[in-house]
Design a binder for this molecule. Sequence first.
Ligand SMILES: CC(C)(COP(=O)(O)OP(=O)(O)OC[C@H]1O[C@@H](n2cnc3c(N)ncnc32)[C@H](O)[C@@H]1OP(=O)(O)O)[C@@H](O)C(=O)NCCC(=O)NCCS
Length: 147
Amino acid sequence: MTAGLVTVRPAGGPGEIAAALELRRAVFVEEQGVEIAEDLDGRDDEALHLVAVDDDQTVIGTCRLLADGQRIKLGRMAVAPGARRRGIAAALLGAADAHAVALGGRRIVLAAQTYATGLYERAGYAPRGDVFLDAGIEHRWMEKRVA
Ligand SMILES: CC(C)(COP(=O)(O)OP(=O)(O)OC[C@H]1O[C@@H](n2cnc3c(N)ncnc32)[C@H](O)[C@@H]1OP(=O)(O)O)[C@@H](O)C(=O)NCCC(=O)NCCS
């Protein structure tokens, strides 16, 4: 899937996964003040990492999918500050559906930061339950059926 000159696909190997983790560190730890230990929760080895790369193959967006039976958890969505509001997160969400199905999933769940719920609603997610705090940031569970 592409958005302009941007391509979305699974991370191509350890180097791209490392680049995705570095982007997460810059966005969540440096920009949003989340503790590094909260970002690196020990589940990255079992995750499918999706990346958005520009025409230089630089990783400018990422998210990850974790399978729990037919429930796929999408998380760690981050886009480089200079690349935002160009539809890259929307393209990652669009690609995630087919990958979730390929992992055996029937629905994707995610905890959206409340400021960004419109992004997920436009991708077909519906809110579930009340707003809660995670890492000091307001979130809301959202869910989408994919199969
Ligand atoms: C949230 C984030 C991933 C969106 O990435 P993006 O590539 O800019 O998103 P898209 O261009 O696909 O979609 C943009 C939409 O996201 C939402 N959005 C993004 N930033 C927003 C902001 N600062 N305020 C309000 N809405 C915002 C809006 O719905 C926006 O649509 P609009 O441009 O028509 O208003 C990116 O801003 C980011 O990395 N933020 C910091 C990390 C973060 O908060 N991640 C978790 C989000 S649950």
